[in-house]
Design a protein around this ligand. Structure first.
Ligand code: FES
Length: 104
């Protein structure tokens, strides 16, 4: 495990999607309404277009390229089914959001 600082915890808000870079890799931190924030690879599992520019309404994230739809709580693809955003371990330490992408 090798956690890297991403941003201050105070920059995260429930219902928001926050793009960030970790060790040169683009990620998104998605915090759904009524849930908890989780870190995911930004690249869409379809054709790798960045989900950092996706449309997130607090419940679902829609990729702007071809409209795939992901669940805000799990990153699981709802349409079409059978796909999932890649999740990374995330923690909060001393007010900093830290993510571990070493399991690549
Ligand atoms: S790249 Fe995201 S739906 Fe095609």
């Amino acid at each position: 495990m090798a956690y890297s600082d991403v941003c201050k915890q105070s920059l995260l808000y429930e219902g928001e999607l926050v793009p960030a870079m970790v060790d040169g890799k683009e990620i998104v931190i998605m915090w759904p309404d009524g849930g908890k924030p989780k870190a995911y690879e930004a690249a869409c599992p379809h054709e790798k277009v960045s989900l950092a520019k996706g449309d997130f309404n607090g419940r679902i994230l829609c990729c702007i390229a071809h409209g795939w739809v992901f669940d805000g709580h799990s990153g699981k693809c709802l349409h079409p089914e059978g796909w999932k955003m890649k999740e990374y371990p995330m923690r909060i330490e001393n007010g900093m959001v830290q993510v571990d992408i070493s399991g690549e």
